[in-house]
Design a protein around this ligand. Structure first.
Ligand code: ARG
Length: 435
């Protein structure tokens, strides 16, 4: 006889089982610790409302602790024929404790079980992502300070435009990451609500104490309405996907810049030889493959919100098995993002920046706005000053003054890195990180 929790005396066709279980036996391993934690909270609550005896709880809790230890040791497996992590935990309990193990499912369904597992899982994942973002942020701000006075060309339309600096460039990505943290925090708030007690999606006739499980699992509040709790499957994933995509977009953009600055025609930055890659035919090549792979991975991660949106579009209200497939989409994503973030932090630890780039006469026109502004400060109306410098450029006798004096907040001379740091730290603190 099959091991399905819902087995009612007939075995499903094996092909049906293979198709519907899909990759759950592997993916659900990531939910195992949370599934056990959810069960611990649930049975404590069942005891408090009289649905379990104290001695039953005293048997169940240590057995669940053992399973948790097994998970931590990496020894927990979902056996062939067992559908998912929820079934496996219940199976282990019944194998060990007999009928008592069968009691833990009162007042819940795998639908709210997987919901609670996912919320706990996403909370942790978001915190891990935040930590990796925080490390990259620190590295970027450190570089921004170090190269504060090192000028580089600023471009618009990919044409040389105005003076910029490596201080601004590194700092820009630091601040952009802090903006992404708003999205991460939003996803965290969505995930930080307890769906347990919504059962199959419509609640239970048992007097479940949902406030109690909320407190035991450290959620901000219950996801109150049981139907809304079930609807949050998909909604939470979308919020997480948006946060991951936002960070990936920032990082992918930075990776593109690095590829371009490494291009021999720019030559603005370089890396030690052992951090570059070579060509099988061209002996001179030192390629930026790390940043190309990073760019590609980050571009792929930006498909996540679309993938989730398409998977969940127009699903009928309530649980539908399609929802299971979100695990395939989202589970590998945060690991991939963290890998990219850590790689960026590592690589930037070795970046070399070229000094005196703007001394090259090909960047002379980058100073035209500085010269216009100097004229304005001496009393010439802006439009006249603009014309005067423009005509010099047209005649071919423009000579730049080469002096860059930017002092307003966020500019070359005053990048406000301390304030950017404070903004990031406040966001990280909300996620339980940092000083
Ligand atoms: N593996 C399932 C999922 O991820 C668990 C919930 C199953 N519920 C059900 N009604 N078949 O959605």
């Amino acid at each position: 006889m099959g091991k399905q929790l819902w087995n009612k005396g007939f075995d499903p066709d094996q092909n049906i089982e293979r198709f519907t279980v899909g990759d759950d036996r592997r993916l659900d391993l990531q939910l195992a610790r949370y599934d056990v934690q959810g069960s611990m909270a649930h049975i404590r609550m069942l005891r408090s409302i009289g649905l379990l005896e104290q001695e039953e709880l005293d048997q169940l809790l240590p057995a669940l602790e053992d399973i948790l230890a097994q998970v931590e040791r990496g020894e927990f497996v979902i056996e062939a024929g067992v559908e998912d992590v929820h079934s496996q935990v219940e199976l282990l309990l019944t194998q060990r404790l007999g009928d008592v193990g069968k009691k833990i499912h009162s007042g819940r369904s795998r639908n709210d079980q997987v919901l609670v597992d996912l919320k706990l899982f996403f909370r942790d994942q978001l915190k891990e992502i935040a930590a990796a973002v925080g490390d990259l942020f620190d590295r970027l701000l450190e570089l921004s300070e170090k190269y504060r006075a090192t000028l580089m060309p600023g471009y618009t339309h990919l044409q040389v435009a105005m003076p910029s600096s490596f201080g601004l460039w590194f700092g820009a990505y630091a601040e952009s990451l802090s903006d992404d943290m708003f999205q991460l925090l939003a996803a965290y708030h969505v995930a930080d609500q307890n769906p347990l007690g919504s059962a199959a999606g419509y609640g239970s006739s048992f007097p479940l104490d949902r406030e109690m499980t909320t407190e035991l699992l450290g959620f901000a509040r219950p996801h109150y309405n049981v139907v809304a709790a079930q609807m949050s499957r998909g909604k939470t994933e979308k919020a997480v996907a948006v946060a991951i995509a936002a960070i990936a977009s920032t990082l992918g953009h930075m990776a593109m810049d690095v590829c371009m600055w490494m291009c021999s025609n720019f030559g603005f930055v370089s890396f030690p030889d052992n951090l570059t890659t070579g060509s099988s035919i061209m002996p001179h090549k030192k390629n930026p493959d790390v940043f190309e792979i990073m760019r590609g991975k980050c571009n792929r991660l930006q498909a996540l919100p679309n993938e989730i949106a398409l998977l969940t579009a127009n699903l009928p209200l309530g649980y539908n098995r399609d929802l299971q497939l979100m695990k395939d989409i989202l589970f590998p994503a945060s690991g991939q993002l963290i890998d990219c973030l850590e790689m960026a932090t590592f690589m930037l630890g070795h970046i070399r920046v070229r000094e005196n780039i703007l001394d090259d006469p090909k960047y002379d026109y980058i100073f035209t706005v500085e010269d216009v502004n100097r004229l304005v400060l001496s009393g010439v109306p802006f439009r006249d000053a603009y014309r005067q410098v423009g005509e010099a450029v047209q005649r071919g006798d423009y000579t730049p003054c080469r002096e860059v004096r930017h002092s307003h907040v966020g500019s070359i001379g005053n990048p406000a890195n301390d304030r950017i740091r404070a903004k990031m730290q406040a966001l990280l603190r909300e996620l339980g990180h940092g000083e």
